[in-house]
Design a protein around this ligand. Structure first.
Ligand SMILES: Nc1ncnc2c1ncn2[C@@H]1O[C@H](COP(=O)(O)OP(=O)(O)O)[C@@H](O)[C@H]1O
Length: 183
């Protein structure tokens, strides 16, 4: 946790299709502080932060150094949601909360099919969700106190998850204010 930030940097992660962007968009609306939603996939395309594009997998090979340079000012200042299907690349010093969204694999399959992903990409992602790949990555990259795992099956989950994060932000800000009073 950085004492310099007055609004947190939140990593919203999970297998493609679990609901990261949907959560981030609602969180921006509901939070009592201004938050900027950075969809890393879109940013990579917009700013050409990739080395190559794989036609077969329909995915970009990201240039991680370029991406981190691009994110540094916003992410270290706080007030951002970093929305990506992987998280370990983000330095610990940026990150105040890691939300790992989870989804039942049959539901996830349907969501990915609706995106017209190639079959092997659907299979790979589905398997990754079953194997808890992103959750393991988050737990091994950040302090366990800042990693939360939330189910994202339906609208009720979406609303309660966002309400929970809104409350977490308020508590985090109170802690930050208290810590700066004491210092
Ligand atoms: N909790 C949820 N309730 C209802 N629909 C959801 C939920 N989470 C995701 N979806 C739906 O699943 C699809 C993928 O969601 P999206 O937010 O784009 O996933 P991600 O950003 O993780 O790839 C969208 O059509 C979205 O509306």
């Amino acid at each position: 946790m950085s004492p310099k930030r007055t609004t947190p940097t939140i990593v919203m992660t999970g297998t493609p299709g679990v609901g990261k962007s949907t959560h981030a968009q609602l969180l921006v609306q509901e939070a009592s502080v201004p938050l900027k939603h950075i969809n890393i996939g879109d940013l990579v395309k917009e700013k050409n932060l990739y080395e190559s594009y794989d036609e077969d997998w329909q995915s970009y090979e990201v240039d991680e150094d370029k991406l981190l340079d691009e994110l540094e000012p916003d992410a270290s200042a706080g007030g951002v949601i970093l929305d990506w299907h992987t998280c370990e690349i983000f330095p610990q010093r940026w990150v105040d909360l890691v939300v790992v969204l989870r989804c039942d694999h049959t539901r996830l399959w349907e969501r990915l099919e609706a995106r017209n992903y190639p079959l092997k990409k659907i299979q790979e992602n589905n398997e990754a969700e079953i194997m808890e790949v992103v959750l393991d990555e988050a737990r091994s990259s950040y302090a366990k106190e800042i990693v939360i795992e939330l189910q994202s099956e339906g609208t009720q989950d979406l609303e309660s998850n966002v309400a929970r994060i809104v409350e977490w932000i308020k508590a985090w800000q109170e802690d930050q204010a208290q810590a700066s009073d004491e210092s």
